[in-house]
Design a protein around this ligand. Structure first.
Ligand SMILES: [Zn+2]
Length: 119
């Protein structure tokens, strides 16, 4: 699938990178596989291939689908959105990922991730 929407592409890239950081740190002992999705070329979106555990892969798939299908333009920050399109069990987890990886990226000096925060 080709992405023509810059905001969408940027958001998906951030989701992919933050999940990658989170899974590498929090699920170090869990068996991981290269992430692939039907609707997206994950490697092209993230800039490299991602290795995720099964539960983070499921979260990636859910997050990519929800973000791609978001009908609001411009998309509000999810915490201010009235739609709450995420399944509750995934919503809690993606918030945890964003919080953890956001802080980690900040500590590593990756301020470029912060011009746009999703959650
Ligand atoms: Zn994981």
């Amino acid at each position: 699938m080709l992405l023509h929407d810059d905001h969408l592409e940027r958001d998906l890239r951030l989701l992919a990178k933050f999940l990658d950081i989170y899974c590498a740190d929090k699920h170090a002992g869990v068996e991981k596989h290269v992430a692939t999705l039907k609707m997206h070329d994950v490697e092209a979106v993230a800039g490299r291939s991602l290795s995720l555990c099964p539960s983070c892969h499921a979260l990636l798939a859910h997050a990519f689908t929800k973000r791609t299908n978001c009908p609001l333009e411009p998309k509000p920050a999810c915490k201010r959105c009235s739609e709450h399109c995420y399944h509750p069990k995934y919503r809690e987890r993606i918030r945890e990922v964003m919080k953890y990886s956001g802080r980690t990226a900040l500590l590593r000096g990756r301020l470029d991730y912060f011009f746009h925060l999703l959650f």
